[in-house]
Design a protein around this ligand. Sequence first.
Ligand code: HEM
Ligand SMILES: *[C@@H]1O[C@H](CO)[C@@H](O)[C@H](O)[C@H]1NC(C)=O
Ligand SMILES: *[C@@H]1O[C@H](CO)[C@@H](O)[C@H](O)[C@H]1NC(C)=O
Length: 516
Amino acid sequence: MFYQSSLVVVASWFLFFVFCIWWTRSKKSPVGAHPPAVPGLPVFGNLHQLGSLPHRSLRALAEKHGPVMVLRLGRVHTVVVSSPAAAQEVLKTRDLAFASRPDSSLADRLFYRSQDMAFGKYGEPWRQMRRICVLHLLSQKQVHSFRKVRKEEAAALVARIRAASGPVNLSELIIDFSSDLICKAALGRTYADAKGSGSQLRALFGDLTELMGQFPVRDYIPWLAWIDWLSGLDGRARKIGLELDALLEKVIAEHRRRKLTVKIDPDDMDLVDILLSLGDSDDDDDAASSSTNISLTMDNIKGIIMDMVVAGTDTMRATLEWAMAELIRHPEEMAKVQEEIRRVVGPRGEEIRGEALEGMKRLKAVLKETLRLHPPGPLLLPRESTKPTELQGYHVPKGTRVAVNVWAIARDSTLWDKAEEFLPERFLGDSGDDAGALDFKRSDFTYLPFGAGRRGCPGVGFGTVAVEVALASLLYYFDWEMPDGMSSEDMDTDEVHGLALLKKSCIILQGRPLEA
Ligand code: HEM
Ligand SMILES: *[C@@H]1O[C@H](CO)[C@@H](O)[C@H](O)[C@H]1NC(C)=O
Ligand SMILES: *[C@@H]1O[C@H](CO)[C@@H](O)[C@H](O)[C@H]1NC(C)=O
């Protein structure tokens, strides 16, 4: 009897002791501990909790589980970050440890075994592509040399609105502007057929972005890969991959032929011209290639071309659509920014020049505020840790996927005054607009529409100037209102998530020409 009860006492003391250790460990020092996990289902993990607008579902989950939490998407562990401090650690302090991208079966199939820049793993080939992109393809100088293309496309946009009588489908015109501009800058022409529309290239890249917005089951639950086969995803990816490759072969062959026959003025070079001149260092005494030690494979070159078209088109489209939608919803902001544009350009605005844009502080503020509320990449592109590391004191193993919810950070009411409201004024005080220097990165990591660090968007300069020129043209030449019988309150802000966060419904507006 005595023996038994003393055993119980000893056992309880032992259990109590173990419990105390566990308690202090789990409570006190997170060092070495994993971030809090969101409870999920067997096999599926938290997949079912993502919903159709993951940035919104993840914000709701973060409110419960904290700014650094782990989700299990099938077998893939994903850390979701929703505070500026944690974002800073991922994008700056430990940028190198988080500089890779996770495997993606679609990128493997469509972006040349991920031998491109946007989906490529961190490593020497990627660093080389990135260097080429920053120094040659999307440099300040190169962005400037595309001014002619920008002017042409902005003029075409304005002409098409002038030609229409009655309301225009502004979404359609904005898609045309974004994709024609990117195609001309990257490939030299739009590859449109004689009728000027329905180009094979446009259709293909449209299919590609649609496909990249899909959710391949095999990436998360490998033994269910047959679902992708059954759903037709595999078949479509294979078909589009082959068609795209054939098209790129044609584009490259055409550029090679032209290069042999004519001397191309550097100002007229498109991105394919530049890539080819860097790649063919043996048969060309190009200064650029001898100084940079470049060895691009054909897959790299094709992959980079695809990146440019895919990364540029929908992001610019989304920004322009959201900007117009927000300005229609806020007529007083519309009036103020139009007053500024018309004052700066003057009454005889034949064209809106790059220099004039520098004077348009309010236009820039409108775009920044648009990108705050509607970042085209609300979760950035997924990162992956290249080695075991730490994040906010938690342990993060090698090969962990990381998503940064910049959308949630940019709408956090503890960081932003009237966070959910469209108030361009908040950006008017920003300095540093000199010589096109872009202050899209705030040092406090509360505003990250282009990401940051090694993997941050290299197309900031290209994208913002193009969007500024288009928006300034739309607002300079026309006064905008909702079609008959509708008021500005009827403009909704419903979202749809694909490769970029787009406006769900298209924008139909009546544009009245300024002179009329
Ligand atoms: C308003 C326009 C744009 C926005 C909001 C935007 C946003 C972004 C974001 C959020 C990322 C991911 C950054 C990260 O993971 O930290 C990204 C990456 C990228 N963007 Fe953009 N982008 C825009 C325009 C462009 C344009 C015009 C181009 C090229 C012509 C471009 C090329 C790229 C590329 C190549 C990457 C991948 C970089 C890498 O992985 O190393 N972007 N962009
Ligand atoms: C406007 O254009 C978009 C893109 O081409 C299209 O999806 C949409 O159906 C069009 N809307 C109307 C009302 O024509
Ligand atoms: C060029 O790159 C190769 C391999 O990356 C390297 O071995 C070589 O030393 C480099 N040459 C120069 C001149 O930088």
